[in-house]
Design a protein around this ligand. Structure first.
Ligand SMILES: NC(=O)c1ccc[n+]([C@@H]2O[C@H](COP(=O)([O-])OP(=O)(O)OC[C@H]3O[C@@H](n4cnc5c(N)ncnc54)[C@H](O)[C@@H]3O)[C@@H](O)[C@H]2O)c1
Length: 253
């Protein structure tokens, strides 16, 4: 039995999408628990703001994850100075609301690159020898309730997130030989910039309907940060290939 599961001192974690919303909240919480963080985002100013809220041993890395082929060099070079990682959290993501008849395939491609292909590329780099530490390494990917259920005008985002479930389960098996655990958190709606951005696409009843979709009401970014922290921590050392719904009951209805 142990009481120190939430002590992250000595642990190094890479967080993509750390500039905003759930990524920012996760960075603040893990830093509070003592982790050394490598904060990754495409938005330099918001990333600097997150960095200013974290411990002095944290660092940042600007990468545009829509450039799938550019990730490897930038991250590998950075890890040479930052050191090996205990955990990877892929939170960077973009929404795309569009009915089928106006769906733009270039935008679909961008959504897939950031939400999904980057999860594969980051996991590939993390799982290379000497990039991860051998004591309970953990990858946490992020999907959505729309990895499980459909909604209108959401084909690209839903595709990008349901694919994360397949990636999680396949990598959990493949990387078990290295003792790397791979899990996923599937959030319901959280009050972040992403929600503000898509809310404009809906009618005025939207907020009311959104609340009804969540028996426990809308979530906070911290609710997701806590789920991610569990999957990074030694408390979940026998958990791999799991999709953890943190959705206020959305997918139970
Ligand atoms: N907010 C929600 O309701 C909700 C629900 C379910 C799942 N999610 C998922 O949670 C994750 C975080 O969402 P959020 O609500 O915090 O969003 P957010 O918009 O607040 O933050 C997303 C971050 O990703 C970064 N990003 C976007 N494109 C990038 C790129 N090309 N390269 C690098 N970084 C990039 C942004 O700069 C931003 O800092 C996403 O994967 C999202 O799909 C969110």
């Amino acid at each position: 039995m142990r009481k120190d599961f939430l002590d992250f001192s000595g642990k190094s974690i890479l967080i993509s999408g750390a500039g905003s919303g759930i990524g920012k909240a996760t960075a603040q919480y893990l830093s509070f628990l003592g982790a050394k963080l490598l904060l990754l985002d495409v938005n330099e100013s918001s990333l600097k703001e997150t960095l200013s809220l974290c411990n002095d041993n944290c660092d940042l890395l600007i990468i545009d994850l829509s450039d799938s082929h550019g990730i490897k060099n930038l991250l590998t070079n950075k890890l040479k100075s930052f050191g090996a990682l205990d955990g990877l959290v892929h939170l960077a993501g973009i929404p795309y609301i569009s009915p089928l008849k106006t769906l733009n395939l270039d935008t679909v491609d961008k959504v897939l690159k950031i939400n999904t292909i980057a999860a594969i590329e980051l996991s590939k780099i993390f799982s290379k020898n000497k990039m991860y530490k051998i004591e309970n390494p953990s990858i946490v990917l992020i999907s959505s309730v729309y990895g499980f259920v459909g909604s209108s005008a959401n084909v690209a985002y839903a595709m990008s997130k349901s694919a994360i479930h397949g990636i999680t389960k396949s990598l959990a098996i493949e990387l078990s030989s290295k003792k790397i655990r791979v899990n996923c958190v599937a959030p319901g709606f959280i009050k972040t910039k992403m929600l503000e951005n898509v809310a404009g696409s809906f009618d005025s009843d939207y907020n009311e309907r959104l609340n009804l979709l969540h028996p426990l009401g809308l979530g906070e970014a911290d609710d997701i940060a806590y789920g991610i922290t569990y999957l990074l921590s030694d408390m979940s050392k026998w958990v791999t290939g799991t999709i953890l719904s943190v959705d206020g009951g959305f997918t139970s209805q």
